[in-house]
Design a protein around this ligand. Structure first.
Ligand code: BGC
Length: 494
């Protein structure tokens, strides 16, 4: 057997010709970081009094819901290896790390009558470790791992959730708010409310067109009540609270079909303005078109009221302006086409829109930096956004250290961010998703998003930097996005 080591120099061309590097520079105080979330990396699912979450429950009882029948019981083992993670954050030159707190690790039953000191200690250790290394913590209070005990009471469909959440957030602000100044209340309700009630994600319920709207409604009120509570009780901590959504730009598959073009615009409203309009518009409340459409369909379908819940005047006021920043998560463009099997009696979110996504997910088409800019410019024009943080941006593949496509993705997207900054958009920071390969929800470990690879066969979960992390390191350390990126890679063939 012959083993050959090939050394290859690779050049990735990033931005458009004719521009110069000084135009692709980040301001000195710009946040450049990476992100993870508790359930996706921590593991230790039943250690130190942690309670059960809706993901534990769904996966343990229905492993078939996950592409490779895997789970997050161990994941990246970060509960034990968090120091290594923070070391890596430092090595890539990041000045911030976005993590999330596990509600059932802090309040095993969901309620604040029993606070788990071991959970608090764990997050104190993580936060202190970051601060020691001059890394700014960005902390998401909720990234999808609801305590199962609260799901048993209806979870996000029960309006009481806003009180449960406020109680939880109060514990969190009291324990960590002296050191954490950048908070995110809820990560992507437009994703977990849709997919959690469309059977793919936990809690795995099949209530599209009803459960999703109720979940979204309660998530907005929960966020707003938490924002108010922070202003009333923790203003002296001088932190900022943001709200994070997943964004895209909706592209009609047939741009010559006016109905499809209109459908793409409507789809954008349903997926994104649904949450943006109540918080970040002058009028507040849901977008008019969305309210009218759902009310109209609901009535035709025989419901005595709209399937989209209504806000009271007081609630509209409470929700309006309830964020110091918008967390903008972006992955790829969304191509959609008209639903052909439309049936008015079919109650679902997708039928309310009348459009369905086309899966372009397996092609390089997923690298669409222009779609990120289109979405951001549109939001910036249509809404009042105090500050933007790009709280997630990333690309999945099936693994491997020579992740050329991911490196190209980051080069192009980071170039685009500098262009948006030059146009005057108030973007304060950027986080790559993700620092590590991790448990990718219903895709299990089949999709890898990390700039650092994790060996899931190894009990020590060895972490190895990928090619893309070299590019990220260069950019994060210099605060300049180069026009192209060259590196040497070793390829071993047998
Ligand atoms: C979520 C992450 C997820 C990522 C990639 C985002 O919607 O916040 O938890 O891993 O997308 O799918």
């Amino acid at each position: 057997m012959n083993i050959i080591n090939l050394v290859l120099t690779l050049t990735i061309i990033g931005s458009t010709a004719g521009t110069n590097e000084s135009e692709h520079r980040f301001p000195d105080d710009f946040i450049l970081g990476a992100a993870t979330s508790a359930y996706q990396i921590e593991g230790a699912w039943n250690v130190s009094n942690r309670g059960e979450s809706i993901w534990d429950r769904m996966i343990h009882y229905k492993p078939q819901k996950i592409a490779d029948r895997s789970n997050g019981d161990i994941a990246d083992n970060s509960y034990y290896q968090y120091k290594e993670d923070i070391e890596l954050i430092q090595q890539i030159g990041a000045n911030a790390y976005r993590i999330s707190l596990s509600w059932p690790r802090i309040l095993p039953n969901g309620f604040n009558n029993s606070v788990n000191r071991e959970g608090i200690q764990y997050y104190n250790n993580v936060i202190d470790e970051m601060l020691e290394k001059n890394i700014t913590p960005f902390v998401t209070i909720y990234h999808w791992d609801l305590p199962q005990k609260l799901q048993d009471l209806g979870g996000w469909e029960n309006p009481e959730i806003s009180n449960w959440f406020v109680d939880y957030a109060r514990v969190v602000f009291s324990e960590f708010g002296d050191r954490v100044k950048h908070w995110i209340t809820i990560n992507e309700p437009n994703i977990f409310c849709i997919f959690g009630y469309h059977s793919t994600d936990a809690p795995g319920l099949d209530k599209s067109g009803r459960g999703d709207y109720t979940c979204g409604h309660n998530a907005l009120l929960t966020h707003a009540k938490t924002y108010k509570m922070y202003q009333d009780e923790f203003k002296n901590q001088q932190g900022k609270l943001g709200f994070v959504l997943s964004f895209s730009w909706v592209v009609p598959q047939n741009p010559d079909d006016p109905e499809e073009v209109a459908g793409a615009k409507l789809s954008w409203q349903f997926w994104y303005s649904w949450f943006l309009h109540p918080i970040f518009s002058n009028e507040g409340d849901y977008p008019r078109e969305m309210k009218e459409r759902i009310a109209n369909y609901s009535s035709i379908q025989g419901f005595s009221r709209s399937r989209l819940p209504q806000f009271t005047e007081n609630e509209i006021t409470l929700v309006k302006n309830s964020a110091d920043y918008l967390g903008f998560n972006f992955y790829t463009a969304r191509y959609e086409t008209k639903l052909t099997d439309y049936d008015i009696n079919n109650v679902s979110f997708q039928h309310d829109i009348g459009m369905i996504p086309i899966d372009k997910a397996f092609t390089k088409d997923r690298c669409t930096p222009w779609a990120m800019s289109k979405a951001m410019r549109h939001i910036n024009k249509e809404f009042i956004i105090p500050e933007f943080y790009i709280t997630e941006n990333g690309y999945w593949d099936v693994g491997g250290l020579n992740d050329v496509n991911r490196a190209e993705y980051y080069l192009l997207h980071l170039t685009e961010v500098t262009k948006l900054l030059n146009e005057g958009l108030n973007i304060r920071g950027y986080f790559a998703w993700s620092l590590l390969d991790n448990f990718e929800w219903s895709y299990g470990y089949t999709q890898k998003f990390g700039i650092i690879s994790v060996n899931f066969m190894d009990p020590k979960r060895a972490r190895t930097p990928k090619l893309s992390s070299k590019l990220i390191t260069q950019i994060y350390k210099s605060k300049i996005v180069p026009l192209s990126f060259s590196t040497t890679i070793n390829i071993t063939t047998i």
